[in-house]
Design a protein around this ligand. Structure first.
Ligand SMILES: [Mg+2]
Length: 134
């Protein structure tokens, strides 16, 4: 556990952890597993935050487990009911390819969609004091 409190990260799936290929699961986005593992190794918590539902969200949940991404919850914050009735899922940080300002890598192939640039996300987390420089 780091000296910081346990932070909560809401992390999108398609375009963030994996490349866009819904309803299938695309290849892992480079760096996603490594950064997310670093966070959970420090005691931070991950909420998978996706519009996938039913069998599609179950597949994403299983995919994360298989790839060593330890999720605290899926599409909800298990402690939030203690202080809010809001439908918004509380997190300290949201990582989502659709978030304005999220660093993205443009795909080399024409017609495919950009995905999260985890190297830059990691740099931001270093600047925030959450992760140590490599
Ligand atoms: Mg997305």
């Amino acid at each position: 556990m780091s000296k910081h409190k346990s932070l909560i990260f809401a992390v999108d799936f398609d375009g963030t952890i994996v490349e866009h290929k819904f309803p299938e699961i695309g290849p892992l986005v480079p760096g996603a597993v490594e950064v997310l593992k670093e966070l959970t190794d420090l005691g931070h918590r991950l909420i998978l935050f996706t519009v996938r539902s039913g069998a599609f969200v179950d597949a994403a949940d299983e995919f994360c487990a298989k790839n060593g991404i330890k999720l605290w919850a899926v599409n909800f914050n298990p402690e939030q009911w203690e202080w809010s009735n809001s439908d918004k899922v509380f997190a300290n940080y949201y990582i989502d390819d659709a978030a304005l300002g999220c660093p993205l890598i443009l795909p080399p192939k024409k017609g495919s969609r950009p995905h999260v640039d985890w190297a830059v996300i990691r740099q931001h987390l270093v600047c925030e004091g959450v992760l140590k420089p490599l």
